[in-house]
Structures are given as C-alpha cells and as structure tokens.
Design a protein around this ligand. Structure first.
Ligand code: AMP
Length: 249
C-alpha cells in the first residue's frame, strides 16, 4: 500500500509575520520557513503505518519553489521513502495544488493521500477536499485516529463538540488534525540518510496542469490592535462595567 503525503513549505509557526507596507501580502523575505505542522503529523502517521507493516511506501510531495526540496528532505528524515517536487514559482492556490496532486495520484496510484487539514499560511482548508472531489474518492477530514483495513479506512474525526467515527472506502483522502499524533524529531543519522533518498522534480506543464491563479488578493491588513485591559476592584464593579460599559449582559 502506497501513501502519498503532500507537504507544504510555509512560514515557520514561531515567526510573527509582518504585512507588507503596500498591503499586497505578508513579507516572507529572510523569514524562517518550515514544513506545515499538520503535514508533519501526516508524514508521521504515514511512517507509523509503514512501520506497522500496513503501508509499503511513503511518498512526500511538495508543490512550489525549488527550496521546497528542503521540506521534502525533512519529510524523508521523518521516514518518507522518496519525494516528488512539483517545481513552480507561481502563486499556487489550493485548486492548482489539488489538480497537481490529482495528476500525481493518477500516475502513482496511492491507496491513501494523507494531507494536513490546513496550511497555516493561507488557512484555506481546501486542498484535501478538492483533491478528493477531483479524484471522485471518499474523504475523511480532521482525523484524530486512522486505521487502515482491507479496502476501507476507519477514521475518527474531530467535529464541533465531540468525535465522529466514519468508515470510508479506499482509495481515499484523509486530512490530519492536531491530536492524531506527536511527530518525532528527526535524528541526525536520519537527516543524513534523507539526503540520499530519491527526489524527482517535475513541472506543472509536465503534468498537463494549468496553475494560473483563480483568486486575486485585494488587500492584506494587520488585525486591529487590542486595547489594554483594566483591573476591576471587585465583582460588583465587573458586573457594572459589563452591563453599562460593554453592554454585554
Ligand atoms: P490548504 O488547503 O492550503 O489549507 O492546505 C491543506 C493541505 O494541503 C496542506 O496541509 C498540505 O497537506 C496540502 N498542500 C497545500 N498546498 C500544498 C503545496 N503547495 N504543496 C504540497 N502540499 C500542499
């Protein structure tokens, strides 16, 4: 069983992003980039399935600039067997990525694609769902537990107010939520080994995909600054302020 794991290169979650002065986007020049945290969880899950003897091969895929190779190498250091870089300098939006992944799924024939539930840069939460739709495959999003059986996957999903367990036919798309697992740290020997693992590079045109953006960003702005809080003397004053100033009770 082959598992395909799409891994996105995003601004590291510890970085406080700054909006560009002209409001066209966020400044990513000289900013630390890392693998999208939900994708690390996806790689970890795929590698655990391989270690458990359920999967036979884990393929990491990243779509974007040449530096996405680093993200693929990071996935390989966790345990992915090989990688595919779909190299493009274009602004790749979720639909374009889903189409690229579809072309790779047609070629690679994975049994499961494990995506992150969302990329922390655009917070779109769309790519996995779009891929499932394009493939005509079932999907189980926001997974907190994944079990693969004969032709089916049993997935526990995080939903508002609780958990839901669904059974879906394979092949399918699963997207990871935070509680699915805790990704391991890549050890130095595994980082060294990852350098030797096979990594193919293709271009969107090789896959016959038009990646032209379909959405235009009109403006990016900082969230409004929060004003400082006030300390109240007692409960009576708090209630008074909530009633008469904030008018929320
Ligand atoms: P999004 O729909 O942008 O929130 O992304 C959801 C998931 O799709 C991510 O967690 C990745 O698994 C995958 N994905 C999105 N964009 C890319 C990309 N450029 N390269 C590889 N995987 C991606």
């Amino acid at each position: 069983m082959k598992i395909l794991v799409p891994v996105k290169r995003v601004v590291d979650y510890n970085v406080k992003v700054r909006v560009k002065a002209d409001g066209t986007g966020v400044d990513i020049a000289n900013v630390k980039m890392s693998m999208n945290p939900f994708d690390e969880i996806a790689v970890e899950e795929a590698v655990r399935l391989k270690e458990a003897g359920v999967a036979t091969e884990v393929v990491a895929v990243s779509c974007g600039v040449a530096a996405c190779q680093e993200t693929i190498r990071a996935a390989m250091a966790i345990g992915a067997d090989r990688g595919i870089l779909v190299e493009s300098d274009a602004d790749l939006q979720p639909l374009a990525v889903a189409k690229l992944l579809k072309a790779l799924c047609d070629k690679e024939q994975p049994t499961v694609v494990i995506c992150g539930k969302q990329a922390i840069d655009d917070d779109s939460n769309q790519t996995g769902q779009m891929l499932a739709a394009l493939m005509g495959w079932p999907q189980a999003t926001f997974a907190s537990k994944v079990q693969l059986g004969e032709g089916v996957a049993t997935v526990m999903r995080e939903i508002d107010g609780g958990l839901e367990t669904v059974e879906i036919k394979l092949p399918a798309v699963v997207t990871t939520d935070l509680r699915l697992n805790e990704p391991r740290y890549a050890t130095l020997p595994n980082i060294m080994k990852a350098k030797k693992k096979p990594l193919d590079t293709v271009k969107p045109a090789d896959l016959g995909v038009d990646v032209a953006p379909r959405l235009a960003t009109l403006k990016v702005a900082e969230p409004p600054k929060r004003s400082a809080g006030v300390r109240v003397a007692d409960v009576a004053q708090l209630v008074d302020k909530l009633k008469n100033e904030a008018k929320v009770i």
